[in-house]
Design a protein around this ligand. Structure first.
Ligand code: PHE
Length: 345
């Protein structure tokens, strides 16, 4: 009789199922709690005939073990079902993701780098904080040159009682020229993009920091014609094949002769418009043949080698390409402004 009951329970227990933790608890109460069916069997066990006790006892233990195993198994299943719900469904269509954009200055800088790299220039970078020797002296700035003046250059206080004029936030990327020449003998063919600083009041047309890209080419028999051809190719690559260039005489302490380069206004095609102030030309860079004094100061024999250099403002070129009216937009991180460049990426 009791054996029949045990068999029936064995059968029941081996087929148990549950959907959640509550149902499992109900099953535990039904079979294994103090008032549960298996506990009740223990009470009946007392009345079992002595010669049956061994068999019945073993059966009851088997049933108890099975019930416990089964409940543990159900608990695990319910646990993993829950986990399965938390795992992301990788086949689902994604939420619309808002893509970021590259900063317009980065976009234009990369375009410029790409053009010069295709012409065989390699990249070099110099320090933003530098000394007088590399920013000015080696570049042939006379000791009293106005560009060293506090008006233009940020000098850094290293001693609170004294502003030493030797630690400088570079005011142009030309410090990279002196550093490259110092460590490398010709042939040299590098471009050096970077941030520069000038002590100017911040307005729509000026900022206390901006970005330049310096180019330097030194070898035997380098002439002004080489410079002109490289710059013409650059201008046409960047602004289109119809672009013309014009070189106007200028002055920089580190180049002789020096020039400023204009490109034909790509808005009016050179006819004259508000953008080019009705001249048909817009200025984009400074350039020239490296002054022999600079070569000598940097350890390069100026009787054997010659070279050219140029420096351009990345903000200026970005403005020409994208007509950004206010220079401050570049450093304000306004997402609406940045997103306008999504397609340019
Ligand atoms: N360093 C110059 C400037 O900041 C630009 C320049 C670089 C001119 C190299 C000539 C040669 O204006």
């Amino acid at each position: 009789m009791i054996l029949d009951k045990i068999d029936q329970l064995l059968n029941e227990v081996s087929n148990l199922s549950a959907q959640n933790a509550d149902e499992i608890e109900q099953l535990r109460l039904k079979y294994l709690s103090k008032k549960g069916e298996i506990t009740a069997l223990m009470a009946d066990f007392r009345n079992v005939a002595a010669d049956q006790k061994k068999v019945v006892g073993m059966k009851i233990n088997e049933l108890k073990q099975l019930a416990q195993d089964k409940l543990n198994e159900l608990k695990e299943c319910v646990g993993t079902q829950k986990k399965a719900e938390d795992t992301p469904d990788l086949t689902r269509t994604p939420y619309p993701i808002r893509l970021g954009t590259r900063h317009p200055l980065t976009i234009v800088r990369n375009q410029i780098i790409d053009i010069f790299q295709r012409m065989g220039f390699t990249l070099a970078e110099g320090p933003e904080i530098d000394d007088d020797l590399h920013v000015f002296t080696k570049l042939n700035f006379a000791p009293d040159h106005p560009a060293r003046d506090m008006q233009d250059t940020f000098f850094i206080e290293t001693n609170p009682n004294e502003v030493t004029k030797n630690v400088i936030l570079r005011s142009h990327t030309s410090n990279d020229q002196s550093r490259v020449m110092e460590r490398q003998q010709p042939p040299i063919r590098v471009i050096c993009p970077g941030r520069v600083f000038r002590n100017e009041a911040i307005s729509a047309r000026a900022h206390c920091f901006f970005h330049q890209l310096e180019g330097l080419y030194i070898d035997k028999n380098v002439s002004f014609t080489d410079l002109k051809q490289v710059l013409l190719t650059f201008a046409r690559e960047l602004f289109g094949p119809d672009t013309d260039i014009r070189l106007r005489p200028s002055y920089f302490p580190f180049t002789e002769p020096s020039a400023e380069m204009d490109i034909s206004c790509h808005i009016c095609g050179g006819e004259g418009c508000g953008f080019c102030k009705h001249t048909g030309w817009v200025e984009i860079l400074g350039c020239g043949m490296v002054d022999p004094n600079v070569l000598e100061a940097c350890g390069i024999d100026s009787t054997v080698y010659s070279g050219y250099a140029f420096g351009l403002g990345i903000e200026r070129i970005t403005n020409l390409k994208y007509h950004v009216a206010d220079l401050r937009m570049f450093s304000e991180n306004d997402v609406r402004f940045l997103q306008e460049f999504q397609s340019a990426n």
